[in-house]
Design a protein around this ligand. Structure first.
Ligand SMILES: C[S@@+](CC[C@H](N)C(=O)[O-])C[C@H]1O[C@@H](n2cnc3c(N)ncnc32)[C@H](O)[C@@H]1O
Length: 272
């Protein structure tokens, strides 16, 4: 089969998607490891690659997120290996990195809680060259984060940890987290493509979705240096709740919207 015909074939098979052409183009490009500009070439695809493409097409038709199909995601310009043990890093989280990096110096100690694929930790390390620590409660996720750090030449200290349990005795200049924040009610309503494929441990934030914010905010002052800062990604309707939780021990509490106009980030400074 020629590349150009493969795109046409996939397009017909992917009619259940909103934009079958785009779906087909990405599937072919990523499955064959070529740029999207090369998909209209008339080159023949070898049998091995053709088999891979057909197998990927079957998975995508069932609704598997494209990143899991091709085992790869791009975050902040860094290529990451992903599979069902880690959340596919989202564009909103790139905005959290964009926000936090301007407050981080190369001399700083930074903690990424719930690192998953390592997305935030790797981007922060590459952008700031700070001393980055990254923790997760999933050993499988940590394994992937370590592979991604190595592939991206990012020197990061990883630890298995239930929130702060694995970093006792350390103090950080910056804590950054995109914790699981989906409430029970929202979890039940989640799109099948998310619910059936992405790990519940990475998504479910307890009955009200605030479980991890409560736990992290309670302990964070002990793990932050004087004047240390905390940065959270939040669900679009959690800004007030998370800001309130921060009021006791933090000052300069600020909420920032993402590019879609939703409240998406909250950050604050440890009260002196
Ligand atoms: C929403 S995902 C974020 C993943 C990644 N940081 C990102 O932004 O793409 C939340 C992560 O928190 C981890 N997690 C869940 N409970 C945890 C806990 N008690 N302690 C540490 N990490 C936890 C999950 O395994 C998952 O990797």
């Amino acid at each position: 089969m020629r590349v150009v015909d493969a795109v046409k074939f996939c397009e017909k098979e992917l009619v259940m998607f909103e934009n079958p052409t785009l779906e087909a183009e990405w599937l072919v490009a990523l499955s064959l490891g070529i740029g999207r500009a090369d998909i209209y070439k008339t080159d023949e695809i070898d049998k091995e690659l053709e088999k891979r493409l057909i197998s990927n097409l079957k998975k995508r038709k069932k609704g598997m997120p494209l990143e899991y199909v091709v085992s790869s995601a791009n975050f902040y310009g860094y290529d990451l290996f992903v599979n069902k043990n880690v959340l596919v890093p989202r564009p909103e989280t790139e905005e959290l990195v964009l926000l936090a990096k301007d407050y981080i110096l190369p001399t700083h100690d930074v903690l990424d809680i719930g690192t998953g694929s390592g997305a935030i930790a790797i981007a922060i390390k590459k952008q700031t060259n700070a001393n980055v620590f990254a923790v997760d409660k999933s050993r499988r996720a940590l394994k992937i984060a370590k592979i991604n750090a190595e592939n991206n030449h990012a020197d990061i200290n990883f630890a298995f940890s239930d929130l702060f349990s694995g970093v006792k005795g350390h103090k950080f200049d910056v804590i950054i987290a995109n914790p699981p924040y989906i409430s029970r009610k929202e979890y039940e309503k989640l799109d099948k493509t998310v619910k059936n494929y992405e790990p519940k441990l990475a998504l479910f934030g307890g009955e009200d979705g605030l479980k991890f914010y409560k736990r992290i905010i309670k302990d964070a002052p002990k793990f932050l240096k004087e004047g240390g800062k905390i940065f959270f990604e939040i669900g679009f309707d959690q800004a007030d709740d998370v800001s309130k939780l921060l009021e006791k021990d933090f000052e300069n509490i600020k909420v920032k919207k993402d590019l879609e106009g939703n409240d998406r980030m909250v950050f604050a400074t440890k009260r002196r």
